[in-house]
Design a protein around this ligand. Sequence first.
Ligand code: ADP
Ligand code: MG
Length: 667
Amino acid sequence: MDSNSNITQIKGIGEALASKFEKLNIFTIKDLLFHIPYKYQDTSEVLSIEQFLLAGKGTFIAEIVSVKTFYTRFKKQITTVRVKDDTGSLSLIYFNQPYLSKTLGIGELYLFNAQVTLKAGKRNIYNPKIEKLKDDVSQQTHLGKLISVYSETKGLSSRILRTKIKELKPDVKKIIIDPLDSRILVQNNLLTLPDSIEKIHFPETNDEIISARERLSFDEMLKIAFRIEKEVLEQKKEKAKPIKIDAKLTNQFIKSLPYTLTDDQNSSLETILDEISKEKPMNRLLNGDVGSGKTVVSAIAILNTISAGYSAILIAPTTVLATQHFETFKKLFKDFDLQVELCISSEKTITDASNKLIIGTHAILYQQELPSDLNLVVIDEQHRFGVEQRKYLKTKTKNTPHYLTMTATPIPRSLTEIFFGNLDVSEIKEKPADRKEIKTYYTPYTKRNDCFDWIVKKIKDSNFKEQAFVIYPLIEESEKTAVKSVLNEFTSLQEKYVNMKIAFMHGKLKPKNKEQILNDFRDKKYNILISTTVIEVGIDIPDVTMMVIENAERFGLAQLHQLRGRIGRNDMQSYCYVIPGQEATEDPDVKERLQYFASHPSGFEVADYDLQRRGPGEVYGTRQSGIPNFKVASIHDLDTLKKARKVARELLITDNNVDDILENLFR
Ligand code: ADP
Ligand code: MG
């Protein structure tokens, strides 16, 4: 029997039971040993019957006096077990476990763990956990010590899992091979893998659980560390063409801006310009809050790339946004001799492009031959954590272009270390100085009408200069319900506020229509735009100073923040109202979350709160983001990641059997 043997090799696991294990994704011996308890129950404090009755629950040792099984009127089997010790006696009641009559030995000692139930003043003890007392408590499996509790499935309880794992215990050292040598373990103060597997299932003390978990976390982090360090090694081999920075031109451009750059903008810019002037390709993440001015930073890098005689590509997530960027960049570069081209239709070819900026969506990377003088790629509003584009680009370009990724919402540091570990990161936390902080209010459902009245009044008071967004979420991914909400809201607002010009927009409309609506809205043909989250990413309409987010409880905070970033984009005071749906408005959790959001303007804080509360899978979507499903490690444990990266680096340089190591790590 080895680690890859099927679990049917274990005594007492036949096809039927094996199919239950499969429900827990347990197929092999190794899968079973790697099925980690999610908690422990401490049953080590053993009470007398008298103490047990006083406490109402706990573990006690007692001698079996009698066992009787009978049928109730409803054909249920009831077994009463009479037990005693020096301090008293008790009757225990078991349902549908008639075999107890045969297996329990009269006069023998057993451990029990139970809870007292009071019914009509009568004390009952139902279905206590039970295990025969062994000579040595360390030999107990289910009671009298720290007991592992597992995720279970129907017909497969923690008790069965524990029993089956225990059968493997004597052989764990033979079955589990530690892929890490003792030098690494000593240096990092870690248990061996077989040891930690043994202790994670059958710990004697809490400290043993902690050290076992440390080792298992390390392995999970090591897997990520290998991925990062492999990338880093690859990158070391890559070469870009250094871009000669034109300081005079750069200053001239900065002077042409209608504002001064913030300190954070300046410092990230300095780093970026320094890096693109090197032969080592830049691979940097610009991690910035919404509206912190990432675009202009990228513009200066682009300006230098083109003036040095190369081409640059700017990738936006949608055609709407690409078009908006095209307009922005034309304006930014209007006094500079620089060609900007929009490339959002697949027919258009960019093969002959040279020495210009090309703006498009991800599609251009895949549809086109890339310009041979390409030397900078900027990815804007990166949502996913993939590094696919860069990998793909490597296959298409001779030299590696410099690479700048800009985030859509700020990403907490723990996530950037894990997902962008091989990238260098610049953060822009500061907002431009002229910005007024957006006032965000948690608004209960009952105040909803007042909220709309107020907004409409404010639009009128501003002489129809100021505008408002009303946002609906995609409910359970169903575009249809969201569209319905948008249309209903449109009708009812239109009836109520006859002076208001209201438009609606949703994902079912054609891109051309959406663009038209947005342009008309920008041109003040409408005062209020009701929309699903299609407006989420990057839209920049400065006179929209108000936003209502309906069913706000359905959004993650990072997403709410991204939405909120659509307002507060000039020097006027902006207001954001987050309104939970009617059913959710009483939920204290919802209230707490939305109030946190309302009182925290920083996207970094909001994203961190979300990550702590809901976990990375919930916030970023596990599958699409490639976030690992840690069994033991915590995503916030950056110390372990750091140690693991050091080990991975060493192993990659010295050991060529990394695949073997990966295969045998706890995972
Ligand atoms: P994001 O970082 O979300 O992509 P943008 O780059 O779109 O933000 O910038 C948002 C707005 O702020 C734009 O209208 C831009 O012109 C403006 N802006 C950028 N930097 C500054 C600054 N330092 N001072 C004032 N306004 C700025
Ligand atoms: Mg942007």
